[in-house]
Design a protein around this ligand. Structure first.
Ligand code: ADP
Length: 504
């Protein structure tokens, strides 16, 4: 059945991404928005936009009744949930199917089975995929957790069964720390997911986070599109991703992709999904979890495969067969993604919502930017601080990396602090250059990653600023010393200084 009208149950850059795919496929893109997003970019770009409710996520982007009511009002025939919010909510997927709309994702039963980390671990165990030693059922009391921790050996990691975004996760290094960590993790899991169930697994020291992109249709065809390395993280959340992984050997790459396919075949998976693994320094890999949705970092896979994953998701939901066999997939070159967030790396990455006074995107060969903001946008404090994703592609890793450094230097966001200079430091760090960094990279290299940026981006602006200063004391001198800075540059520089920005 062809999709004619699609409701995008999300906001920000992923809503923009899906709107663009709809418009390319001739599908009417219906956006939704909360009060704070009334003038947001996704609302402006959509073909139609529907008000959901107040800014609070619970009353808007997380409200199943509101979204269903709006889907009815908009007379859509499919719903794309994006990522985050209700993207992995099986009840929402089931309600959408019951109302006879297409859900752009796997069926509710698959989300339910793979969304529970313990249920997913059971399935991985059944198909003989290596797993981090630990529980395959929830651990309901501190004494039970203590016994299991003694068996597998400290350090261990307490994790939320319903987990996501690194929430409800606590490292426990010694037995006396266990009971406090258990209470804290349980409280955090209850707050974040409305479910305080925990389980426990061995804490792997400084692993790599490697994940495999899967596509599966409703006709029994399933393929993988290679792996992504996502080990640059803060608070167990990704900041930089690249593909292919500079760390994996060819043997490990083949084995991990085969394992991911085996698991998703066993789950009878449909649509786009990702199987996540941890890989230790000896290249031993362990199943971590499955994400039953499109991932933030999907563009880097698109760049190396040439496949538009959002368009494929929509085609699969419409019942079309996959257009590639595994043999038809040829990854070429190297791609890197930097997540651009309104957050302050120097203040433990706290979000820095605010008003974007100026914005200039980088351009050029091999540069892609997926963004939810423009100059004049407000970044609300109620939502995720991710405002965009800067991706580069190059024939080799070094070309992609050099393009990223150049693109980050060209990117201008004024009005609020962002993590752009953190990315510049990371991309030029010796460990990143070597391609030899683990999930402990940010923690261990904190000092060098968080240092103030060298303002090499804009020599011209510095010269202009000096000229301006000279002009104020001696206008005749300034005219000969350097060209006048444009009004834009002066205003951007003032904004930068005023808001402690990184780039001037
Ligand atoms: P979430 O679903 O909350 O994102 P994941 O299970 O995907 O949680 O793990 C997120 C990150 O936490 C991983 O990429 C890794 O950095 C870290 N992590 C998770 N499990 C372990 C483990 N057993 N040992 C070491 N690090 C882990």
């Amino acid at each position: 059945m062809k999709i004619r009208r699609l409701l995008i149950a999300n906001r920000g850059e992923i809503a923009v991404r899906i709107i663009r795919a709809c418009q390319e496929l001739g599908i009417t893109a219906c956006a939704v928005y909360a009060d704070a997003d009334a003038t947001a970019l996704h609302v402006r770009l959509a073909d139609e936009a529907y008000h959901l409710g107040p800014t609070a996520p619970a009353e808007s982007y997380l409200s199943i009744p509101r979204l269903l009511a709006v889907a009815k009002e908009a007379n859509v025939d499919a719903i794309h949930p994006g990522y985050g919010f209700l993207a992995e909510n099986a009840d929402f997927a089931a309600a959408v199917a019951k109302a006879r709309w297409r859900w752009v994702g796997p069926p509710a039963a698959i989300i339910r089975r793979l969304g529970s980390k313990t249920a997913a671990r059971k399935l991985a165990q059944a198909v003989k995929i290596p797993m981090v030693p630990g529980a395959t059922t929830p651990v309901r009391s501190i004494p039970t957790a203590g016994k299991l921790a003694e068996t597998i050996g400290y350090p261990v990691l307490l994790k939320a069964v319903a987990g996501g975004g690194g929430k409800g996760m606590r490292i426990v290094r010694t037995a006396p720390e266990l009971s406090r960590a258990f209470d804290l993790a349980q409280g955090e899991a209850r707050n974040a997911f409305g479910n305080g169930d925990l389980y426990l697994e061995k804490y792997i020291d400084a692993p790599h986070h490697i994940e495999v992109q899967i596509l599966a249709d409703h006709h029994g065809h399933i393929i993988h599109l290679g792996e992504r390395e996502c080990s640059v993280q803060r608070r167990h959340q990704k900041l930089i991703e690249e593909t292919p992984s500079p760390f994996l050997t060819e043997n490990t790459r083949r084995a991990i992709c085969r394992a991911a396919l085996r698991l998703m075949k066993a789950a009878r998976y449909r649509n786009a999904g990702t199987v996540e693994f941890l890989v230790d320094h000896q290249q031993r890999f362990y199943f971590l979890e499955v994400n039953t949705r499109i991932q933030v970092e999907h563009p880097i896979t698109e760049l190396v495969t040439g496949i538009d994953l959002i368009c494929e998701q929509l085609r699969i939901s419409a019942g079309e067969p996959l257009r590639w066999s595994q043999r038809g997939i040829h990854n070429s070159g190297h791609a890197i993604e930097c997540r651009i967030c309104a957050e302050d790396p120097a203040q433990n990455f706290i979000p820095t919502p605010g008003f974007v006074t100026d914005f200039m995107a980088p351009h050029g060969h091999g540069i892609r930017i997926d963004c939810g903001i423009v100059a004049g946008s407000t970044i609300p404090m109620e939502y995720d601080p991710l405002v965009g994703k800067l991706c580069t592609w190059g024939a080799t890793r070094e070309v992609a990396r050099a393009k990223m450094v150049r693109a980050l230097q060209e990117l201008r966001i004024s009005g609020t602090i962002t993590n752009v200079h953190f990315h510049l430091n990371a991309l030029q760090h010796p460990l990143f250059l070597k391609g030899n960094y683990s999930t402990q990279f940010v923690e261990r290299e904190r000092a060098s990653l968080l240092t103030a940026p060298i303002p090499n981006a804009s020599h011209a602006v510095i010269v202009a600023a000096i000229a301006k200063a000279l002009h104020q004391t001696d206008p005749t001198h300034a005219a000969s010393a350097a060209p006048h800075p444009s009004a834009w540059k002066i205003s951007a520089r003032q904004q930068g200084v005023q808001h402690g920005m990184e780039f001037f």
